[in-house]
Design a protein around this ligand. Structure first.
Ligand code: FE
Ligand code: FE
Length: 194
């Protein structure tokens, strides 16, 4: 499917707010791709589709997992919201005809990140957090600066912010987010030495 057809489809499925967020992520990811020499079309496509399963209810999320044979971790079972990322990747493949595995994997890991992401995956993870419609969370200015200067430092900052926020809410921290954080802390150390 063409980008413009996908846009039309998502405009009908997603809430107005979610659709605006989607466009924000799409253009932010494209700008970051330009900055870091990543393919701009991959960034646009990943940004546009990253939340394409976000409109599903929990019940619909479970039946989509069944349909596409997606495994559900205990963490995802406890917080079904997390599932929209992997279901989004399945929708991208089967409903929107995306064949680019790099784009699909960026969609699949956009919420929690994962250790050792590709530049495209890193960009989508960050763009989702910083796009212009996001409310001005504490530390956002610094994070937006880092998004165009150092992806590793930016990811560390984002996860630290998220952990602080979840601590405040006494919510559980996803295992994958934790693993992502450990990986990027170590990467940051390595980059600072060299
Ligand atoms: Fe999302
Ligand atoms: Fe999003």
């Amino acid at each position: 499917m063409e980008l413009s057809d996908i846009k039309k489809d998502l405009k009908e499925r997603l809430s107005k707010k979610r659709y605006e967020h989607t466009l924000g992520v799409m253009y932010t990811a494209a700008a970051m791709a330009m900055c870091f020499g990543v393919d701009v079309n991959q960034a646009l496509l990943a940004g546009l589709l990253h939340d394409c399963a976000k409109y599903l209810t929990d019940k619909e999320k479970l039946s989509a997992c069944k349909k596409y044979k997606l495994p559900i971790s205990p963490m995802e079972d406890a917080n079904k919201e997390l599932l929209h990322a992997k279901i989004g990747a399945a929708f991208a493949r089967h409903r929107y005809g995306v064949k680019d595995e790099e784009v699909l994997s960026a969609i699949a890991c956009h919420t929690t990140g994962k250790p050792d992401m590709s530049p495209l995956e890193e960009i989508l993870f960050i763009a989702d957090y910083i796009e212009p419609n996001r409310k001005q969370l504490p530390g956002m200015e610094e994070i937006r600066y880092l998004a165009f200067h150092n992806l590793t430092d930016c990811i560390v900052q984002i996860i630290e912010n998220t952990l602080k926020y979840l601590e405040g809410k006494k919510s559980l921290v996803d295992d994958t987010s934790q693993a992502t954080y450990q990986f990027y802390l170590e990467k940051q150390k390595q980059e600072r030495i060299s």
